[in-house]
Design a protein around this ligand. Structure first.
Ligand code: TNX
Length: 530
C-alpha cells in the first residue's frame, strides 16, 4: 500500500514538474490546464481569422514566427480555411471589466484564441510566443493546454525618460516590443525636462533648435566630477512621433506623452526665456541635475498669460499627435523660489486670492487642466499636483510612496501607483551594483512583493487604483544596453504584479519561471541583469 502511494505521489509530482517545464508563461495566467500532446507548427499551418478586424494581430504573429522560426504562414481572412493545422483568432464574450481577456485552447490540430477584443487576442498571441521554444530555430511545438486569462489592472505602464538621455526612434520601437511581450499596455514617454526638449513643435521651432541640445553632460554621479564638453541631444520629428504611435497601437500599447510644467522646464526656457520669471538673465539647457533653486540658470515657468498661450499651443500640437485620452503634464518638483522672488507672481497671488506658492502651483495646473478638458482629454500628473488642491478631473501618478495615491483615491480621483521602492528602475538592481544608479537598490524581490492595491482603501475607493508603472529615469543611463540592464528582469516581476491575481502570485515559483524568461531575453537580444 505504502509503495503504491509513494509511486502515485512521485508520479503526480513528476507530471507536475513536466507541466511546469512545458508551460512557463510570465506574467502567470489566471488559469492553465495542461493536456497531453502538442501542436506542431509547420509551413502548412494557417492563421485563420474567424473574428473580423484581426488582421493586424495575425500579421504580428506571422512576423514573429518568421523572425524566430523561419515560418511564413498563410493568413486566411475569409475564415473558411480547411487547413489541417491552424491557429484560429476569434472573439469570445468574456465578462471582464476592461479589455485584454482571452481564452485559449491548444489541441494537436488547432490553436484557438478567443479574445474579448483585439487586445485580448493579442495577449493570447503573447502567450503562444511563450509556449513556443525559448531558443530561436528550435522545432516550433506548443503543448496542448487550456488557458483562461485576463489582466488584474487596466493600466500597466512603462515609462522612459528621453530627456536626460536620448534614444532614437528605432530603439523606441524595440522598447515597445518589450513592453508588449510583458503584456504591459502603456508607454509613458517623458519627452521634456531640464536637460532636453525632445518633440518637434511646429509653432515654436526653437524648442528643438535650441532646447534639444546641451553643451555637455555631468560626469559621474551627482554632484559629479564636472561636465564634459560634448554637445549632446536629439529630438523626434512629428512624423517620427506618428510612426511610434502607430507602431505602439499595433502592439496594443497606448502612448501617453509627458510635457513637464511648471518645473523641469529649463530646456523650454532656454529656447524661449520669456517663459521664465527672469527673462533677461542668460538661460541654458541643463547639463546635469538641477538642484531645485541653486543651479545658476535654473528657473521655472512663469504663470503668465504668455506662458499659458505657449502651453496651449504646444498641447494643441501634442494632442493632435497622440490619440491617448491622457496627457501627462508633469507637475513634480517645482521650486517655489522663483515665484516667491517674482513681483509678477506675488501680484498674481494677491489678485487671485491664493494663499501661498503651492496654491499658485494648483492654479497653474487647474488652468492647464481646463484647457486640456476643453479638448476632450484628461490630465495626469505626478503627486505634487495635490499641492494646494487637486485639479477637479486629474489622475494622480503617485511616486513619493503611495500616500499621494491613497489621498487622491479617497477623493475619487484615478491613480497610477509608481512608488520608488518598487517601481523605480533607475535605482540599482542590487547592493554594490557595478553600474551607477540613483538611490537605494530596488531588488527584483521588492518589485515582485509590491501590491498596488492599498489595504487601507475600501472597495468603494479601490476602483480608483488603475494600476502601476515602472519608471526609467535616464540621468545615468546613456545607452541601450544599460537601459535594458536596468529594466530586465525587473519588468517581468512588475508585469506579474499588474497582471496576475494577487492570490496566485508566489515569488519562489516566479523565480523558477524566470529561468525560461531569461532564455527568451537572450533570444530577443535583450541585455538583462543576471
Ligand atoms: C525624481 S520621479 C524625478 C525625476 C528624476 C528622478 C530620479 C519624478 C516625478 N521626478 O525628475 O529623474 O527623481 O530618480
Amino acid at each position: 500500500m505504502m509503495t503504491v502511494r509513494i509511486l502515485l505521489v512521485s508520479l503526480l509530482l513528476s507530471t507536475n514538474i513536466a507541466a511546469q517545464n512545458r508551460i512557463q508563461i510570465s506574467p502567470k495566467p489566471v488559469s492553465v490546464k495542461e493536456n497531453p500532446g502538442e501542436f506542431k507548427l509547420s509551413s502548412e499551418t494557417e492563421i485563420v481569422l474567424w473574428g473580423g478586424s484581426l488582421k493586424q494581430e495575425a500579421v504580428y504573429l506571422r512576423d514573429y514566427l518568421n523572425q524566430y522560426f523561419q515560418l511564413n504562414l498563410k493568413i486566411d481572412s475569409s475564415g473558411k480555411s480547411k487547413a489541417s493545422s491552424r491557429i484560429v483568432l476569434n472573439y469570445d464574450r468574456l465578462d471582464h471589466p476592461f479589455p485584454g481577456a482571452y481564452n485559449m485552447t491548444v489541441k494537436s490540430d488547432e490553436v484557438y484564441i478567443g479574445g474579448d477584443n483585439p487586445s485580448g487576442v493579442f495577449y493570447g498571441i503573447q502567450s503562444i510566443i511563450q509556449l513556443l521554444p525559448s531558443k530561436a530555430g528550435e522545432i516550433p511545438v506548443i503543448p496542448n493546454c487550456e488557458i483562461q486569462d485576463s489582466p488584474r489592472f487596466a493600466y500597466r505602464g512603462v515609462h522612459l525618460d528621453v530627456s536626460r538621455h536620448f534614444f532614437p526612434v528605432e530603439y523606441i520601437k524595440r522598447y515597445l516590443d518589450y513592453i508588449a511581450y510583458h503584456k504591459m499596455n502603456v508607454f509613458h514617454w517623458h519627452l521634456t525636462d531640464d536637460q532636453g526638449w525632445r518633440i518637434e513643435i511646429k509653432k515654436y521651432p526653437l524648442l528643438t533648435e535650441v532646447g534639444a541640445w546641451r553643451d555637455g553632460t555631468l560626469i559621474g554621479k551627482h554632484p559629479g566630477k564636472g561636465y564634459d564638453t560634448i554637445r549632446y541631444g536629439g529630438f523626434y520629428t512629428q512624423e517620427q512621433i506618428k510612426e511610434v504611435v502607430a507602431y505602439a497601437t499595433s502592439r496594443h500599447v497606448e502612448v501617453i506623452p509627458e510635457i513637464e510644467m511648471p518645473g523641469h522646464s529649463m530646456a523650454a526656457i532656454a529656447a524661449y526665456p520669456f517663459l521664465s520669471t527672469t527673462p533677461d538673465k542668460p538661460k541654458k539647457v541643463a547639463k546635469g541635475w538641477v538642484n531645485y533653486g541653486d543651479y545658476e540658470y535654473n528657473n521655472v515657468l512663469n504663470p503668465s498669460d504668455t506662458t499659458f498661450k505657449f502651453l496651449e499651443d504646444v498641447l494643441t500640437e501634442v494632442m493632435e499627435l497622440f490619440p491617448s485620452q491622457y496627457i501627462h503634464i508633469g507637475g513634480d518638483e517645482c521650486s517655489k523660489r522663483w515665484w516667491k522672488e517674482s513681483t509678477f507672481c506675488q501680484k498674481l497671488k494677491k489678485e487671485k486670492g491664493l494663499k501661498d506658492e503651492k496654491a499658485l502651483q494648483s492654479y497653474f495646473i487647474q488652468r492647464v487642466e481646463k484647457f486640456v478638458n476643453s479638448r476632450g482629454k484628461s490630465i495626469i500628473g505626478w503627486n505634487e499636483i495635490l499641492q494646494g488642491g487637486l485639479a477637479p478631473n486629474a489622475t494622480v501618478m503617485s511616486w513619493m510612496g503611495t500616500s499621494g495615491g491613497i489621498t487622491a483615491a479617497k477623493k475619487k480621483h484615478y491613480v497610477v501607483m509608481t512608488p520608488g521602492s518598487a517601481c523605480y528602475f533607475d535605482h540599482p538592481q542590487r547592493a554594490n551594483d557595478d553600474s551607477t544608479g540613483l538611490g537605494k537598490p530596488v531588488l527584483i524581490d521588492s518589485v515582485y512583493a509590491y501590491n498596488p492595491m492599498p489595504k487601507v482603501l475600501t472597495p468603494e475607493f479601490q476602483k480608483y487604483i488603475l494600476g502601476a508603472q515602472a519608471n526609467v529615469w535616464t540621468e545615468y543611463i546613456g545607452n541601450t544596453s544599460k537601459l535594458e540592464y536596468m529594466l530586465f528582469p525587473r519588468l517581468a516581476a512588475l508585469s506579474e504584479v499588474v497582471w496576475t491575481p494577487q492570490k496566485d502570485r508566489s515569488f519562489s515559483e516566479f523565480k523558477k519561471r524566470l529561468v525560461k524568461q531569461k532564455e527568451r531575453y537572450e533570444m530577443w537580444g535583450i541585455n538583462y541583469s543576471k
